[in-house]
Design a protein. Structure first.
Length: 285
């Protein structure tokens, strides 16, 4: 008992000293998040109770691991296994793309297309963490959503988020786009597909190229493989007057527009992100 108390006291002194040392390695706001994760308390509790916190040797090791991973440019969201998107917190790990704010444009536009109490069917292609699928499903309780992903690991993450967020009107399918045989057609199809050129992957920031799955990033030689495939598949999946919302890369507007118009789609709208970049294209059948 005395030895345990001695260890705890030593750890408390060590974290106080470490708090100063970590200031050179990690911003204080991030450090509070890491401590909150280690102690399983809120960041506010850390902020206002730092002087009273005590740490076991195991907790100190875990904290040091978090700091080291941060120094290697691993995103904080992947270290903490959580990322805010729209109105929810999603579990994320190395198997899924980190949800990004510009993708929320798809949710915003869906809210403009449909009434909140409207019943409709929608499909999320390449669902990843399920952030688009589950955000739409939560906003529209009478909607019925399906999310598909070729990655079994990504599908498991989406399924975890579905259960964690208690979403009942969405289902997850681990299936590739070519092998997906829907039993119905959809009022809305959404997707944030891979759109980075293969040759550009290794020029991305470390926190992307080293910690996001390349399967979710790599759009092929010209970055357009996914759009070409989607333009060929989705006409059979969309209801008459149905809509498609696609996220695109910053320089892909003309190419994606031409690909879909060549398959008989009409460009109905272009939606800009916060940097005024054409980020989401809206097509009708």
């Amino acid at each position: 008992m005395m030895e345990k108390a001695k260890q705890m006291k030593h750890s408390k002194t060590e974290i106080s000293r470490g708090n100063r040392d970590y200031g050179c390695r990690c911003p204080s706001k991030i450090l509070r998040l890491f401590i909150a994760k280690v102690k399983n308390i809120s960041a506010d509790e850390v902020m206002f109770g730092m002087d009273e916190l005590q740490f076991s040797p195991t907790e100190l090791e875990q904290l040091e691991d978090f700091i080291a991973r941060y120094e290697s440019h691993e995103p904080v969201s992947k270290i903490l296994n959580r990322r805010e998107f729209w109105n929810s917190e999603f579990f994320v790990n190395a198997d899924v793309l980190d949800p990004r704010p510009e993708t929320e444009i798809i949710i915003e536009r869906t809210l403009e297309i449909f009434a909140k109490d409207q019943a409709f069917d929608f499909l999320d292609i390449g669902t990843g963490s399920g952030c688009i699928l589950l955000s739409i499903a939560k906003e529209f309780p009478k909607s019925r959503g399906i999310g598909i992903d070729i990655s079994e690991k990504a599908a498991k993450v989406a399924l975890k988020n579905k259960f964690d967020l208690c979403v009942e009107n969405a289902e997850i399918k681990n299936v590739g786009w070519d092998n997906f045989g829907p039993q119905k057609k959809f009022d809305l199809i959404v997707s944030n597909p891979p759109y980075i050129k293969t040759s550009d992957i290794f020029g991305l920031d470390d926190n992307v190229k080293n910690f996001d799955p390349h399967l979710a990033l790599d759009g092929g030689r010209d970055g357009l493989d996914a759009y070409t495939q989607l333009s060929e598949l989705t006409p059979n999946w969309l209801k008459p007057d149905g809509k498609i919302l696609l996220e695109i890369g910053f320089d892909q507007y003309d190419d994606v527009k031409n690909i879909f118009e060549s398959k008989g789609f009409s460009l109905a709208n272009v939606h800009l992100d916060f940097q005024k970049i054409r980020r989401v294209l809206e097509f009708t059948a």
